[in-house]
Every structure is written in structure tokens, then in C-alpha cells.
Design a protein around this ligand. Sequence first.
Ligand SMILES: NC(=O)c1ccc[n+]([C@@H]2O[C@H](COP(=O)([O-])OP(=O)(O)OC[C@H]3O[C@@H](n4cnc5c(N)ncnc54)[C@H](O)[C@@H]3O)[C@@H](O)[C@H]2O)c1
Length: 359
Amino acid sequence: MDVQIRRDVEGIIDANRKALSQLDGRGILITGGAGFLGAYFLDLLSLWNETGAKKHCQIYCLDTFITGTPRRIAHLEGKGYFHKIAQSVTEPLPPGLEVDYIMHFASIASPTFYRKYPLETIDSNVAGTRNLLEYAAKRKIASIVFLSTSEIYGDPVASMIPTPEDYRGNVSCTGPRACYDESKRLGETLCMTFFRQKNVPVKIIRPFNVYGPGLRIDDKRIIPDLFHSAIFEGGIALHSDGKPTRSFCYVSDAVDAMLKVLLSKLDGEQFNVGDDSQEISMLELAKMVRSQFSDEMKLTFKASEEKDYLTDNPLRRCPDLKKIRSLLGYEPKVGLAEGLSRLKGWYERELEETGGSGR
Ligand SMILES: NC(=O)c1ccc[n+]([C@@H]2O[C@H](COP(=O)([O-])OP(=O)(O)OC[C@H]3O[C@@H](n4cnc5c(N)ncnc54)[C@H](O)[C@@H]3O)[C@@H](O)[C@H]2O)c1
């Protein structure tokens, strides 16, 4: 396990020991386990097994590797409690699979890739989510979490920023981002239907722009894209006018929140997960990434080669976190400058270990 990820995960374990013991001796399925957030969650569970658990939990990692990489989970292979299931979440689950907890991360999450694979994105969020909910209902599992997205709010009206969970959204159902936004919305509808009709103990999480070690440099989301241009082109390239704003959340803060939600009894609830301490423009972000290298580095505005790059791009994004703060005592801790520095360290280690490819 990477040194920084290990350090961060140790912090999450320290803050959640009592709740984590619920997992001892149980089975847990992580869909999308080879991706950014899923693999981080696997590292958390693995370290818990090895340093805190009274009895190992059995960890099942399901992935098609459409955007995730086998390399990201290679260090877990061979551990007796780790089981890899190489299949789509839309296919029937392996017969005899016995799990009590499910984290459903599987979905293409990067806009460039969901625009390239729109049907696969819709299928993971709709057919895949239904598949897991049917299993959860039949087996009467302890808890299941659906990873939705802040994108279900679309481009919120100004009075709804910061955006609370009860905002209904301002979303295009036909644009190039709709395959993601609308399939997450229908995924949420499925979750609430199974909660109301079949008492499935499902919770919904809406993450707001999570970043940190584990986020592939060729992922094409904004932060890796800025690092990519700084490292491989020697300059920072912005594909917008720099004015849209976002609120970025460091991965260990987000995963701490996800764990708290999974192990809570707050069934049928939706939670924003993010960091509301700094809503910044893309230009300010570009300058912060640049300062990780040199303030002299060239910063340019260059149209993306992808024609739909900016279509329906939300202008502002900032979470209202009152609900998760008051119900689960969540508090983001790692500021953006510190998080970017930890991410830079991870990119340097990854590029060195992979001979510059990052894969
Ligand atoms: N990272 C964020 O900032 C963020 C923000 C909002 C929502 N989310 C949601 O969190 C989840 C995880 O995001 P991430 O950043 O780790 O994305 P990611 O692309 O890094 O990981 C997704 C993983 O799912 C796998 N996958 C895709 N379709 C699959 C399928 N049909 N069956 C099995 N595996 C499949 C991919 O191969 C990949 O390993 C996604 O559902 C995403 O929509 C993430």
C-alpha cells in the first residue's frame, strides 16, 4: 500500500474503531473496487483487518476494469480475505456470494469517459443498482450505500448554493452529461423504492469533487488534468475561461464520511459529502496546482479537443453539509493546498514505479 494512503487510512481507522468492529467476521462487497474511491475503501478495510479486526472481514472486489486498473489492487491479491470478482455489476452476482454490507462505487465517473461510454454508464447506475438492491432485499443485508453524485443537482440556481440535499436540481435530461446525471437520479429513485417497499437498509451519498492519491493522472477530471499538463507538457493548460467554481474534498475526508454512512442506521437518507471550506474558481485552482511546481510555470487557456467538454458544465458547486455534520459528526480536515501536495507526492511515486505511464 502506498505510504501516503496508508497514513491517511490509519487516521480514518483511529477515528472509527468502534464502528469498524461491526464488520468483524462479516462479508463486504465493493463494486468498482479497482477505481479511485473503491480501491481506497479496500485499502481501509484491508488495514483494518490487519491492524484492528478481531476476526477478518471477507472483502469482495467487483470490477470490469473499464476505467479502474488491476495495478491499483495488485497489493491485495493473495490475501486470504480478499476475493476478486471480474465482472460487471449488471450481471448476476456469483451464486453463493454471502455479504452483509455493500458499497456500490461501480460507474464511470470522469465526464470524458462517461461521454465516451454513455450506455455503460447508464447500465451501471440503473441495471447495476437494481441488481444489488434485489440481492440486498433477498439476503436481508445490514447496509448498502449507493454512490450517487453532486451532479444530480445539475447547475443549481444561485440561491441554492451551498446546495442542501432537498434541492431538486436543474438538470438537462438530453445533453451529453445526462447519461451520468439522469442515471444517478434514477439510481436514487430505485434505492428509495427498495427502501420503502422492501425495507432495504440503503443510504445514498452525493460526493462533491473528491481528489487525492489514487486518482489516475490520465483520468481527465480537472485536478489530474492540471497535474498531467504540468508534468508532461511543462505548463498548465485550462480548457475553460477559469470562472466556474468547485469545492474539492480530500479523499480521506470523503472516505471517512462514506464509512460513517455505511455503518450508521440512517436508512433511506441522502447525504452530501464534500468540503465546504473553500469554493474556488478553476483559475485559482490552476494557480494552486502551478504553485506545487513553480509560480513561473506558464498558464494558458486552450480549448479542449473534446467538443462537448463545456456543454452543460455547472457554473458553481458547493455542498451544504449541515445534515452530515449534525447526524454523523463529519468534519473535513485536509485543506486544498495540503491535499494537492499529498497528491503530487503520489504522482511522483507512481510515475517512478511505472516508468512514467502511471498505469
Ligand atoms: N470521485 C469523485 O469525485 C466522485 C464524485 C461524485 C460521484 N462519484 C461516484 O463515486 C463512484 C466512484 O467514483 P471514482 O471516482 O472512484 O470513479 P472511477 O472511475 O475511478 O472508478 C469506478 C470504477 O468502477 C468500475 N466500473 C465501471 N463500470 C462498471 C461495471 N458496470 N461493473 C463493474 N465495475 C465497473 C471501473 O472500472 C472503475 O474501477 C462512482 O459511482 C462515481 O459516480 C465520485
